[in-house]
Design a protein around this ligand. Sequence first.
Ligand code: GDP
Ligand code: ZN
Length: 369
Amino acid sequence: MSSAIAEQNARESTSPLLGTVLAVQANFYRVRLDTQETNQTKCLDVDKPLELLCTRRMRLKKIGVGVMVGDRVVIEEPDWAGGRGAIAEVFPRETELDRPPIANANQILLVFALADPPLDPYQLTRFLIKAESTDLDICLCLNKSDLVTGAELSEWRDRFTSWGYQPVFISVLASIGLEELRERLNNKISVLAGLSGVGKSSIINYFIPNVNLRVAEVSGKLSRGRHTTRHVELFELPSGGLLADTPGFNQPDLDCVGEELALYFPEIQQRLEALRCQFSDCSHRDEPNCIVRGDWERYEYYLDLLEEAISYQEQFNEQSDADASMKLKSKGKGQSKYEPRLEAKKYRRTSRKTQHQDLQELYNEDTDI
Ligand code: GDP
Ligand code: ZN
């Protein structure tokens, strides 16, 4: 059942309280209740809080239903005076990001600066590959356009267009392009990503002017603030929509296999839509009659990243072999059973865990899933 239909059914049958999980901390879920416009059946009084601090029903725990930031949920037994409630149901997810753990996100808002720090197209490509691999839409946003000339800006625009993107150019400092960005964020759940120093905090502060006040208030309630734990949190945009400020998406490692890589270059996909390479498993390197190989800007990047993806794959295979022999050794003779190689996805989890143990531990602790 689609999430929209499930929600509609729930509304019609019991007119429950519906909301969106904005943050998960320890065993509490901060839930933003739908307001009148989105939940016609329930009129919230003006004196009732818009957010409730909720626990998860034991029943959900027993059947193994986790709750993530971004989840659409049904709340029961609201205690309006105490600002508390209990999550009784979680609607099916439209999308699910693994790291950072966010449900129902629509797009990645990838922010880079045109200058200060200087824009490195290769680094940007790595971020784009990572973003493409999530399957979410990408909104590419270039900040600090006040630091480049009009000619430079239009050169960048042409380049990004040739890569297959329609970026929004902004300057938070000089108030350029911010309305266009607001429109792109409208009524969507966007996940903010980008290196530090590009202007992510400035963007949040611009769109959500009282964000620091609100964070302080919530920190008090939970006695663990946003600045002491690096947890995922959704911020409400006053004009509609949610923005996730997240620590989990800032230094992407290339952890895809070679065959996947071509999927993450829009230029390659455009070429393959029109024509086909001679070999269906073409790696687009040196095969005859390859229609991808050619004179386009990021082709060199593709080749570089392909090398990296291939060595990642080899490493993974070695690791699997090592794991398999370890397992064989550790079991007694006669009982030994060959364990199949780990799938790429599982391996990814393992490697991420070791590389980002601090974050992963926090997520496990915070998200309770
Ligand atoms: P974050 O690390 O991505 O959160 O970046 P910040 O929002 O902290 O911004 C980093 C620096 O860039 C700060 O000194 C900002 O004042 C500056 N900055 C942000 N936006 C702009 C802009 O549009 N133009 C210029 N010139 N500087 C900016
Ligand atoms: Zn090819």
